[in-house]
Every structure is written in C-alpha cells, then in structure tokens.
Design a binder for this molecule. Sequence first.
Ligand code: RFL
Ligand code: PHB
Length: 401
Amino acid sequence: MQTSTAQTGTRPTRTQVAIIGAGPAGLLLGRLLERRGIDTVILERRSPDYVLSRIRAGVIEPGAVELLEKAGVAERLHKEGLIHDGTELMFDGDRLRIDFAALTGRSVTVYGQTEVTRDLMDARADSGAVSIYEAEDVSLHDFETDRPKVRYVQDGVTHEIACDVIAGCDGFHGVARASLPDSALKTFERVYPFGWLGILTDRPPVAEELIYAHHARGFALCSMRSPTRSRYYVQVASDERVEDWSDDRFWDELRQRLDPETAERLQTGPSIEKSIAPLRSFVAEPLRFGRLFLAGDAAHIVPPTGAKGLNLAASDVGYLADALLEFFLDRSSAGLDAYSARALARIWKAERFSWWMTSLLHVFPETDTFGRRIQRAEFDYLAGSPAAQRVLAENYVGLPM
Ligand code: RFL
Ligand code: PHB
C-alpha cells in the first residue's frame, strides 16, 4: 500500500478543506473534492496500517457503491465484492428469507470496510493529495470565522494549516465534535446494555447470505468477507472481556444460537481477529458550526444491526461534497446552509431502522416474558406480511439519498 505523508516534500500551510480523520468519511470526502480540483489536506491521528487493521463494516448499500464509483474507486469492489440479493432472519431457529431484489429491485454488496479504505488510500496516494498520518494533538481554531485553522504536532513540532472549511470526519471519539461548546450541540443517545463479540476466520461462510439470528441466549450474526473468509458475531453483556473468550468458547456459543442444520454446517477455525464492540445510538445536532462541518461517526452512531454506519458516513459526505463544490466552484453557500438539515433527515431514518432491528433481534436483560412474546409476534408478522418485509428490505438496501 502506498501512502502520502507531508514528511516528504513541503508541509502545506494552506488548503481549501482541512479534513480531520482518514476513515471512510474523510477519505471519500477528500476524493470527491479532489476529483473536481478542490485542494484538501487530511490529518489522521493513527498510522495507515492501524487504520486498515480495524475490522468493521461489511455491507455496502447501492447508493454508497454509486458514490464510490463517482469517486473512481469502485473497480476492485465490482471485481471482488459479493452481490447479495437477500438476507436471512432467524428466530429461535425458525428461518425467514428477506428477498431484497424481489421486494425493492436492489441488492447490497458485501465488501469489507478495510478494502474500501485501502482503495481510497491508494487513490489518494496516486493523486498526490496530502495526507498527514500520525498527526498528534490535532486542534481546531477560528471556525466561527471565515478563516479557520487547524494545528497538529509531529516529531515534537507544532504545525498550522489555514483553510476555508474544516470537515470533522474523525469518528465518535474525535476532536471535532469535542471542540464545540456544549451549548452549540443537542445530543440524543441510547446506550444498549450489550455489545457484539466478533471473530474473523479463514473458513468459508456457513451460508451464501447473511443470517441475523434471535435466540434466547442472545443475538448472533453470520457474515462474511469473501468465499473463504467469514465474520461472525454474538451478543455479549457489556462487561464481557475478549480475553475470556477462547475461540472454542465462541464457536460453542454461536452454534447454540443457530438452528441445528446451520450449526452442523458451520466450519470453525482459528480467529484472525477477535474484538468486542459496544452498541450505541447517538446523534448530535446540528452538523454545522460556522465553517466546521461534522460527518460520519463524528456526528452519529448506530448499532451495527442494520449495517448502516459506513453507509451513513458515505451519504453524509456525498451531501457535504456537493455543498462544498457549490461553495468553491459556484460561490454559493446555499448547499452548506442546507447540509445539516438534509443529512439529518436521512440520518434519523437510519437511526430508527437500526434501533428497530436491534430491538427485534437482541435479548434485553430487562425484557420480561411479555417483551419476548412481542419480539416473536414481530417476527411472525414479518414472516406473514410482504408489506412488512418490503419495509425492512427498502431500509436495508438504503433509503434514497
Ligand atoms: P471512523 O472509521 O471511525 O474514522 C475516523 C478516523 O478519525 C481518526 N481520528 C482522528 N484523527 C485526527 N485527530 C483526532 N483527534 C482523531 N480522532 C480520531 C480515527 O483514527 C479514524 O481513522 O469514522 P467514519 O469515517 O465516520 O466511518 C464510520 C464507520 O467506520 C462506521 O460507521 C462503521 O464501521 C459502522 N459499522 C458498519 N457500518 C455499515 O455501514 N455496515 C456494516 O456492516 C457495519 N458493521 C460497523 C459494523 C461498526 C462496527 N464496530 C466495530 C463499531 C460492525 C462493527 C462491529
Ligand atoms: C459485518 O460483516 O461485519 C457486518 C454485516 C452486517 C451487519 C453488521 C456487520 O449488520
């Protein structure tokens, strides 16, 4: 992999858009702007290898694929990505297939976030656009004026970049949202009392499509990265530690949460990655403060059950790139003025869907027998109602941009 850092050549002292964070949101925004001649600098706290080592999303909506095409980085995705026309839901071993293609005419692509990130990093390196990795103590200044600046430290030296606009694409724990005064933001949050323990293994997936399973022992998900690499998750309590989960314990638990036929077919192997992700719903409003704009996980979090996080990051930066192009090329602020409301309208619908999928499929510690019967009734209703299936399918493949 190639990366471009400011350690070679001159360090920039000015750019049009300073982008904080080299996750999918920051890299895609940079690419959409750079292709139209807008100068950007990306500041990333971690190394490229570290960014690429985080195993996260796997399902890409057709709308996000279109944005990656627009960014000129979808060639490998089309070659290696797996087209999924449907997914399977399971409730206490009973199975229901949701046929996206028949219900919506659309499909999703299974292609790892790591690969999307790698494709974007490579394209950026080829273009010569500047990315400064391992930038420490990034700080944002004067974004309430039209002359914002960002500062960062590298090798003990502080550097400053003047810019027209700052894009905060630095994830949930980033510095951009944290730079805003409390009074500037309204936040909405739900923390779920469980997390997902995930395993990556070089074994063929247990089924051709994803399986989302509700079981009395907790939720389980069978996913994949390729025909030879699988990704599995089980719901665990929030205080579980990954050290306490041997591979054998994980496989035993997963098998118990699947129907006997699927459990029998499961090919287990050594884990090549194992981690626990907490589950949270979160939205900060608005997404703009002067010349600072928030996008992706910096502005909102969804529980992964609906496979929406990366896709929302992509739609945010799709809107933001259009608004910035209007600003720089047409000298109009109308798009920037509309950005927050436009993005939030889509974000809240994805928040709703992700919350709903999470509520249906997980075991909530406080849920009584009434609550479980309601979950079962919801599953049975879905099974019997093409209309309900269509609602699920059109949200899963992604609402229109
Ligand atoms: P990221 O990917 O967190 O990138 C932010 C970047 O900012 C850097 N950074 C800083 N840089 C400079 N200075 C600072 N002070 C900084 N602080 C942070 C970080 O190092 C990082 O490189 O946010 P972005 O770009 O908004 O992208 C969001 C997605 O990563 C996220 O929403 C998805 O991974 C969520 N997600 C899924 N989304 C989907 O659309 N489909 C899925 O199937 C899916 N599955 C998942 C998921 C997330 C998961 N976890 C681990 C939370 C499955 C899991 C298990
Ligand atoms: C994944 O493959 O990592 C994955 C797939 C679907 C989800 C969440 C994660 O809903």
